[in-house]
Design a binder for this molecule. Structure first.
Ligand code: GLA
Length: 334
Protein backbone atom coordinates (compact mmCIF):
# COMPACT_ATOMS: atom_id res chain seq x y z
CA UNK A 1 0.00 0.00 0.00
CA UNK A 2 1.41 3.38 -1.06
CA UNK A 3 1.48 6.21 1.47
CA UNK A 4 2.28 9.90 1.06
CA UNK A 5 3.98 12.13 3.62
CA UNK A 6 4.18 15.89 3.13
CA UNK A 7 6.42 18.44 4.86
CA UNK A 8 5.90 22.18 4.27
CA UNK A 9 8.39 24.96 3.63
CA UNK A 10 8.21 28.15 5.64
CA UNK A 11 8.46 31.88 5.75
CA UNK A 12 9.90 33.47 8.83
CA UNK A 13 7.91 36.53 9.87
CA UNK A 14 10.44 37.82 12.39
CA UNK A 15 13.59 36.64 14.16
CA UNK A 16 16.23 36.13 11.48
CA UNK A 17 19.71 34.76 12.21
CA UNK A 18 18.78 34.35 15.85
CA UNK A 19 17.91 30.63 16.13
CA UNK A 20 21.46 29.26 16.23
CA UNK A 21 22.30 31.70 19.03
CA UNK A 22 19.30 30.74 21.17
CA UNK A 23 17.07 33.65 20.14
CA UNK A 24 13.37 33.97 19.31
CA UNK A 25 11.85 33.14 15.91
CA UNK A 26 8.34 33.51 14.48
CA UNK A 27 7.98 31.33 11.37
CA UNK A 28 4.82 30.06 9.66
CA UNK A 29 4.59 27.08 7.31
CA UNK A 30 3.41 27.74 3.75
CA UNK A 31 1.12 25.64 1.58
CA UNK A 32 4.02 24.31 -0.50
CA UNK A 33 5.49 20.94 0.38
CA UNK A 34 8.03 18.26 -0.27
CA UNK A 35 6.16 14.96 -0.57
CA UNK A 36 7.55 11.47 -0.12
CA UNK A 37 5.34 8.66 -1.45
CA UNK A 38 5.92 4.94 -1.44
CA UNK A 39 5.84 1.69 0.50
CA UNK A 40 7.63 0.61 3.63
CA UNK A 41 9.55 -2.68 3.68
CA UNK A 42 12.88 -4.35 2.99
CA UNK A 43 16.27 -3.27 4.29
CA UNK A 44 17.04 -0.38 1.94
CA UNK A 45 15.75 3.15 1.59
CA UNK A 46 15.37 3.72 -2.16
CA UNK A 47 14.03 6.98 -3.54
CA UNK A 48 13.81 8.69 -6.90
CA UNK A 49 12.56 12.19 -7.60
CA UNK A 50 10.82 13.98 -10.42
CA UNK A 51 12.80 17.14 -9.66
CA UNK A 52 16.30 15.96 -8.84
CA UNK A 53 18.53 13.52 -10.70
CA UNK A 54 19.66 10.07 -9.62
CA UNK A 55 18.47 7.31 -7.34
CA UNK A 56 19.13 7.30 -3.63
CA UNK A 57 19.80 3.81 -2.29
CA UNK A 58 21.09 3.46 1.26
CA UNK A 59 20.86 0.84 4.02
CA UNK A 60 17.89 1.41 6.33
CA UNK A 61 20.02 0.82 9.44
CA UNK A 62 22.01 4.03 8.92
CA UNK A 63 25.38 2.48 8.11
CA UNK A 64 25.60 4.52 4.87
CA UNK A 65 25.64 7.79 6.83
CA UNK A 66 27.80 9.54 4.25
CA UNK A 67 26.37 7.74 1.24
CA UNK A 68 24.45 9.45 -1.52
CA UNK A 69 25.27 12.42 -3.67
CA UNK A 70 23.34 15.64 -4.24
CA UNK A 71 19.95 15.43 -2.55
CA UNK A 72 20.81 11.84 -1.57
CA UNK A 73 23.19 13.21 1.06
CA UNK A 74 20.22 14.60 3.00
CA UNK A 75 18.39 11.29 2.79
CA UNK A 76 21.42 9.25 3.91
CA UNK A 77 22.03 11.61 6.83
CA UNK A 78 18.37 11.48 7.96
CA UNK A 79 18.36 7.66 7.81
CA UNK A 80 21.51 7.59 9.97
CA UNK A 81 20.24 10.15 12.51
CA UNK A 82 17.00 8.20 12.93
CA UNK A 83 18.95 4.97 13.42
CA UNK A 84 20.87 6.74 16.21
CA UNK A 85 17.53 7.65 17.82
CA UNK A 86 16.56 3.96 17.78
CA UNK A 87 14.33 3.70 14.72
CA UNK A 88 13.88 0.04 13.68
CA UNK A 89 15.72 -0.46 10.35
CA UNK A 90 12.67 -0.86 8.11
CA UNK A 91 13.29 0.21 4.49
CA UNK A 92 11.17 2.33 2.19
CA UNK A 93 10.80 2.42 -1.58
CA UNK A 94 9.29 5.44 -3.24
CA UNK A 95 9.68 8.86 -4.81
CA UNK A 96 9.96 12.51 -3.88
CA UNK A 97 7.97 15.35 -5.44
CA UNK A 98 7.96 19.01 -4.49
CA UNK A 99 6.10 22.21 -5.29
CA UNK A 100 8.38 24.16 -2.97
CA UNK A 101 11.04 26.05 -4.91
CA UNK A 102 14.57 25.00 -3.89
CA UNK A 103 17.20 27.67 -3.29
CA UNK A 104 14.57 30.36 -2.69
CA UNK A 105 15.17 30.60 1.05
CA UNK A 106 11.91 28.84 1.95
CA UNK A 107 13.39 25.99 3.96
CA UNK A 108 13.30 23.40 1.18
CA UNK A 109 16.17 21.29 2.51
CA UNK A 110 14.53 21.09 5.94
CA UNK A 111 11.24 20.13 4.26
CA UNK A 112 13.01 17.30 2.43
CA UNK A 113 14.66 16.09 5.64
CA UNK A 114 11.38 16.22 7.53
CA UNK A 115 9.34 14.51 4.79
CA UNK A 116 11.87 11.66 4.66
CA UNK A 117 12.01 11.49 8.46
CA UNK A 118 8.23 11.29 8.81
CA UNK A 119 7.99 8.58 6.13
CA UNK A 120 10.71 6.52 7.83
CA UNK A 121 9.19 6.93 11.29
CA UNK A 122 5.88 5.68 9.94
CA UNK A 123 7.63 2.76 8.18
CA UNK A 124 9.37 1.76 11.43
CA UNK A 125 6.32 2.44 13.64
CA UNK A 126 8.58 4.80 15.54
CA UNK A 127 7.15 7.88 17.29
CA UNK A 128 9.70 10.31 18.69
CA UNK A 129 8.67 13.67 20.09
CA UNK A 130 8.38 16.17 17.19
CA UNK A 131 11.12 18.41 18.60
CA UNK A 132 13.44 15.43 18.98
CA UNK A 133 12.72 14.63 15.35
CA UNK A 134 13.37 18.26 14.35
CA UNK A 135 16.74 18.12 16.13
CA UNK A 136 17.62 14.87 14.34
CA UNK A 137 16.78 16.52 10.98
CA UNK A 138 18.87 19.55 11.98
CA UNK A 139 21.83 17.27 12.78
CA UNK A 140 21.30 15.63 9.38
CA UNK A 141 21.63 19.04 7.72
CA UNK A 142 24.83 19.68 9.69
CA UNK A 143 26.37 16.36 8.75
CA UNK A 144 25.12 16.15 5.14
CA UNK A 145 26.03 19.68 4.12
CA UNK A 146 28.35 20.93 6.85
CA UNK A 147 25.92 23.79 7.44
CA UNK A 148 25.64 24.93 11.08
CA UNK A 149 21.95 25.86 10.75
CA UNK A 150 19.64 26.47 13.68
CA UNK A 151 16.46 24.56 14.54
CA UNK A 152 13.88 26.93 13.03
CA UNK A 153 13.23 25.36 9.62
CA UNK A 154 12.96 21.77 10.80
CA UNK A 155 10.87 22.76 13.84
CA UNK A 156 8.28 24.75 11.87
CA UNK A 157 8.02 22.05 9.20
CA UNK A 158 7.01 19.60 11.94
CA UNK A 159 5.12 21.79 14.41
CA UNK A 160 3.25 24.32 12.25
CA UNK A 161 -0.46 24.99 12.60
CA UNK A 162 -2.52 26.54 9.81
CA UNK A 163 -3.55 30.15 10.50
CA UNK A 164 -0.79 30.50 13.09
CA UNK A 165 2.84 31.44 13.37
CA UNK A 166 5.04 29.55 15.81
CA UNK A 167 6.82 31.55 18.48
CA UNK A 168 9.83 29.42 19.38
CA UNK A 169 12.43 30.20 21.99
CA UNK A 170 15.43 28.45 20.46
CA UNK A 171 17.29 28.32 23.79
CA UNK A 172 14.60 26.68 25.93
CA UNK A 173 12.54 25.27 23.03
CA UNK A 174 9.41 26.65 24.68
CA UNK A 175 6.76 27.36 22.09
CA UNK A 176 3.51 29.14 21.57
CA UNK A 177 1.14 29.56 18.64
CA UNK A 178 0.32 33.10 17.53
CA UNK A 179 -2.88 33.50 15.44
CA UNK A 180 -2.43 35.22 12.09
CA UNK A 181 -5.12 37.73 11.08
CA UNK A 182 -7.39 36.24 8.40
CA UNK A 183 -7.39 39.45 6.38
CA UNK A 184 -3.61 39.39 5.85
CA UNK A 185 -1.95 37.38 3.08
CA UNK A 186 1.67 36.27 3.05
CA UNK A 187 3.26 36.96 -0.32
CA UNK A 188 6.73 35.60 -1.00
CA UNK A 189 8.81 37.33 -3.65
CA UNK A 190 11.66 35.17 -4.87
CA UNK A 191 14.53 37.39 -6.05
CA UNK A 192 15.63 34.73 -8.55
CA UNK A 193 19.11 34.80 -7.00
CA UNK A 194 19.57 31.24 -5.80
CA UNK A 195 21.13 30.81 -2.47
CA UNK A 196 22.72 27.81 -0.94
CA UNK A 197 23.13 27.32 2.77
CA UNK A 198 26.46 25.76 1.96
CA UNK A 199 27.50 29.29 1.20
CA UNK A 200 30.33 29.81 3.72
CA UNK A 201 28.98 33.26 4.57
CA UNK A 202 26.21 31.70 6.67
CA UNK A 203 28.72 29.88 8.86
CA UNK A 204 30.84 33.02 9.02
CA UNK A 205 27.96 35.15 10.30
CA UNK A 206 27.25 32.56 12.97
CA UNK A 207 30.86 32.61 14.20
CA UNK A 208 30.99 36.39 14.12
CA UNK A 209 27.89 36.56 16.32
CA UNK A 210 29.29 33.95 18.68
CA UNK A 211 32.56 35.88 18.84
CA UNK A 212 30.59 38.95 19.95
CA UNK A 213 31.21 41.17 16.91
CA UNK A 214 29.46 44.50 17.65
CA UNK A 215 27.11 44.97 14.71
CA UNK A 216 26.15 41.26 14.66
CA UNK A 217 25.22 41.34 18.36
CA UNK A 218 23.29 44.58 17.87
CA UNK A 219 21.20 42.82 15.22
CA UNK A 220 20.62 39.79 17.48
CA UNK A 221 19.46 41.94 20.39
CA UNK A 222 17.21 44.25 18.38
CA UNK A 223 15.76 41.36 16.36
CA UNK A 224 14.72 39.48 19.51
CA UNK A 225 13.01 42.63 20.70
CA UNK A 226 11.18 42.89 17.36
CA UNK A 227 9.89 39.32 17.68
CA UNK A 228 8.36 40.25 21.02
CA UNK A 229 6.86 43.43 19.56
CA UNK A 230 5.44 41.54 16.57
CA UNK A 231 3.82 38.99 18.88
CA UNK A 232 2.41 41.80 21.02
CA UNK A 233 0.80 43.38 17.93
CA UNK A 234 -0.65 40.08 16.71
CA UNK A 235 -2.08 39.12 20.09
CA UNK A 236 -3.54 42.54 21.03
CA UNK A 237 -7.31 42.78 21.46
CA UNK A 238 -7.44 45.18 18.52
CA UNK A 239 -4.84 44.24 15.95
CA UNK A 240 -3.13 47.24 14.37
CA UNK A 241 -1.59 45.62 11.30
CA UNK A 242 -0.15 48.96 10.19
CA UNK A 243 2.19 48.82 13.18
CA UNK A 244 3.86 45.79 11.54
CA UNK A 245 5.26 47.94 8.71
CA UNK A 246 7.91 49.85 10.71
CA UNK A 247 8.91 46.66 12.58
CA UNK A 248 9.47 44.72 9.36
CA UNK A 249 11.33 47.71 7.88
CA UNK A 250 13.58 47.90 10.94
CA UNK A 251 14.29 44.17 10.73
CA UNK A 252 15.23 44.43 7.08
CA UNK A 253 17.50 47.41 7.74
CA UNK A 254 19.19 45.54 10.58
CA UNK A 255 19.77 42.47 8.40
CA UNK A 256 21.13 44.72 5.66
CA UNK A 257 23.32 47.03 7.72
CA UNK A 258 24.21 45.24 10.95
CA UNK A 259 24.13 41.60 9.89
CA UNK A 260 25.04 42.20 6.22
CA UNK A 261 23.07 39.33 4.71
CA UNK A 262 20.77 41.21 2.33
CA UNK A 263 21.39 41.82 -1.38
CA UNK A 264 20.53 44.69 -3.75
CA UNK A 265 17.76 42.54 -5.24
CA UNK A 266 16.17 41.84 -1.83
CA UNK A 267 16.43 45.53 -0.88
CA UNK A 268 14.74 46.45 -4.16
CA UNK A 269 11.92 43.94 -3.67
CA UNK A 270 11.23 45.25 -0.16
CA UNK A 271 11.03 48.79 -1.54
CA UNK A 272 8.79 47.73 -4.45
CA UNK A 273 6.47 45.84 -2.11
CA UNK A 274 6.17 48.92 0.10
CA UNK A 275 5.42 51.12 -2.93
CA UNK A 276 2.80 48.66 -4.17
CA UNK A 277 0.94 48.91 -0.86
CA UNK A 278 2.16 45.93 1.19
CA UNK A 279 1.49 46.35 4.90
CA UNK A 280 4.98 45.08 5.79
CA UNK A 281 7.97 43.55 3.99
CA UNK A 282 11.40 42.17 4.85
CA UNK A 283 13.84 39.56 3.63
CA UNK A 284 13.13 36.10 5.03
CA UNK A 285 15.47 33.17 5.66
CA UNK A 286 19.24 33.27 5.55
CA UNK A 287 19.63 35.99 2.91
CA UNK A 288 22.48 36.22 0.36
CA UNK A 289 19.72 35.83 -2.27
CA UNK A 290 16.45 33.97 -1.77
CA UNK A 291 13.19 35.73 -0.97
CA UNK A 292 11.38 38.46 0.87
CA UNK A 293 8.05 38.06 2.64
CA UNK A 294 5.39 40.74 2.34
CA UNK A 295 2.17 40.94 4.33
CA UNK A 296 -0.66 42.41 2.31
CA UNK A 297 -4.40 42.86 2.52
CA UNK A 298 -5.71 39.46 1.46
CA UNK A 299 -8.06 41.15 -1.02
CA UNK A 300 -5.16 42.89 -2.82
CA UNK A 301 -2.53 40.16 -2.65
CA UNK A 302 -2.70 39.15 -6.32
CA UNK A 303 -2.66 42.72 -7.60
CA UNK A 304 0.29 43.67 -5.38
CA UNK A 305 2.10 40.47 -6.39
CA UNK A 306 1.73 41.25 -10.11
CA UNK A 307 2.74 44.87 -9.65
CA UNK A 308 5.93 44.03 -7.75
CA UNK A 309 7.01 41.31 -10.19
CA UNK A 310 6.35 43.72 -13.09
CA UNK A 311 8.36 46.57 -11.53
CA UNK A 312 11.18 44.13 -10.66
CA UNK A 313 11.26 43.05 -14.31
CA UNK A 314 11.36 46.67 -15.47
CA UNK A 315 14.41 47.06 -13.23
CA UNK A 316 16.04 44.18 -15.14
CA UNK A 317 15.37 41.20 -12.85
CA UNK A 318 13.29 38.05 -13.20
CA UNK A 319 11.53 37.23 -9.96
CA UNK A 320 8.32 35.49 -9.04
CA UNK A 321 5.60 35.84 -6.47
CA UNK A 322 3.97 33.09 -4.43
CA UNK A 323 0.79 34.06 -2.64
CA UNK A 324 0.88 31.65 0.27
CA UNK A 325 -1.53 30.42 2.88
CA UNK A 326 -0.23 29.34 6.26
CA UNK A 327 -0.31 25.57 6.61
CA UNK A 328 -0.12 22.69 9.07
CA UNK A 329 3.12 20.87 9.82
CA UNK A 330 4.31 17.60 8.31
CA UNK A 331 1.81 14.83 8.14
CA UNK A 332 0.85 11.49 6.91
CA UNK A 333 -1.41 12.16 3.94
CA UNK A 334 -2.94 8.83 2.94
C1 GLA B 1 18.34 29.29 7.46
C2 GLA B 1 18.65 28.30 8.58
C3 GLA B 1 17.86 28.66 9.83
C4 GLA B 1 18.03 30.13 10.22
C5 GLA B 1 17.79 31.03 9.00
C6 GLA B 1 18.10 32.47 9.30
O1 GLA B 1 17.02 29.16 7.05
O2 GLA B 1 18.33 26.99 8.20
O3 GLA B 1 18.27 27.82 10.89
O4 GLA B 1 19.28 30.36 10.79
O5 GLA B 1 18.58 30.63 7.90
O6 GLA B 1 17.21 32.98 10.24
Amino acid sequence: MTHTFAAPGRVNLMGEHTDYAGGLVLPAAVDRCVRVSGRPGGERVRLTSDGWPGVVDVAADGRDRNGGTGWGRYVAAVVAELADLGRPPVGFEGWVASDLPAGAGLGSSAALEVAVAVALCHAGDFNPDPLELAQAAQRAEHSAMGVPCGIMDQAISLLARADHALLLNCRTLERDYVPLPGDLAMVVFDSGVERSLEDTRYARRRSELEAGMDARVRHFTSENQRVQETVAILTATTIDTNALGPLFAASHASLRDDFEVSTDELDLLVELARQAGAVAARMTGAGFGGSIVALTDAAHANVIAAEVVGAYRTAGHEGRALVCRSADGARFRS
